[in-house]
Write a protein that binds this ligand. Sequence first.
Ligand code: UD1
Ligand code: CA
Length: 458
Amino acid sequence: MQQLSVVILAAGKGKRMVSDMPKVLHRVGGQPLLGHVLATASSLEAATRVVVYGYGGEAVKAAFASEAGVVWVDQAEQLGTGHAVAQALPQIEESGVVLVLYGDVPLTRLETLQPLVAAARQGKLALLTVELADPHGYGRIVRNGAGQVRRIVEEKDATPEERSLHEINTGILAVSAAQLRGWVSQLTNDNAQGEYYLTDVIALAVHDGVAVEPFTVTEPAEVLGVNDRRQLAELERFYQRRQADTLLLGGVTLLDPARVDLRGTVVAGKDVVVDVNVVFEGVVRLGDRVRIGPFCVLKDAVIGDDVEIQSHCRVEGAEVGAGAQIGPFARLRPDTRLAAGVHIGNFVETKKTSIGPGSKVNHLTYLGDAEIGAAVNVGAGTITCNYDGANKHKTIVEDGAFIGSNSSLVAPVRIGKGATVGAGSSVSRDVPEGGLCLTRPPRKDVANWQRPVKPKQS
Ligand code: UD1
Ligand code: CA
């Protein structure tokens, strides 16, 4: 099979974004526009991915430094889409086929592009078109009486009759590399914009007797580019709706599919229920029957079966065991590991902390750098004093211990198995197994206490 090279045009400045950032670094679904296109090219098993960059090139390259196998081609002057492709051609396999994509057109599906690549491998020039109610500004597809595509005419070069055509050029095409090279070398800039138009290769193919096969996409959002932030927002909504549909069809209940946002990947079990205004980021795994309340953010989290996360929680870099109950208003920070059946209640923050099966931390608590055993009760207002201003220290609370409310555990410190810490204690030495630690000062009572009074004003 002929190798596929994908050429991604991304040299445009994107002035209408009104941004200091190159356009292709703006995000849809949490991922830069160009990231979507590079991922699509990878899914097509492209042997080569060439990005033609221009404005803000260094920033674009830096953003994708970790992406292997991308060839970057600098188009210093933007002389048109044909000129841009010409810059990329020396980087691609002559015996293969080329697919041209755009760094600012992020949402084209794999299924839409595969037939174009297949047609190119059969020696045709494959072209992706779409019917638009308002075709203004786009290149129009000119067909003959038999419906065959003859050429593309740009808006600015079109006759009034041609402007009335509603089928437009998405810009996406696939063809053999050798043929493309030949045609691109024949392009001129003798047109209304003084640019080298890639679109002129269609007429050249027709002239050479190469079959031009149009494929028409039915969903315009798949081929829409981003020129301004309004279009960015529209594509974001389209993308989110598509993600929500995937979750729904995968068996997840979304109480309102318009009020869930995926900025990453969610892998969900059966009968998961997600309430409104939930944001998923990174890679999130949800077990069976997980319930997520309104206004939660889950990022890079693994949530076990039957977990309930009540409203207003942030869970990041955490693993939550089966049947655990979280929230409302809880914050699980990176390296939190909760075993099965743990309860984390309101205004509880955990960081780099593991909590054993069945333990409860129900109110107003901070646990950092802590190892909490099984069946431990951490009372309201307990704080691990894990930071001495320079170093972090560890708190260990062994199985079955009971920490009374409003206690400070001054790390490094160990609370032994089954030990008890009385409410209001400040614990800076280890508590032995089974013991009681009480650091509360003895109570003092004064009868008939006279409170201070304000001096009388004269
Ligand atoms: C182009 C097509 C038009 C099509 C429209 C779809 C041509 C001549 N016209 O029009 O038929 O309907 O796209 O949106 O191809 N780019 C470069 N280097 C350049 C010029 C452009 O990398 O020198 C990149 C831009 O960053 C952009 C893309 O190519 O991503 C399209 O360029 P743009 O100027 O928007 O093309 P249009 O004139 O709108
Ligand atoms: Ca454009």
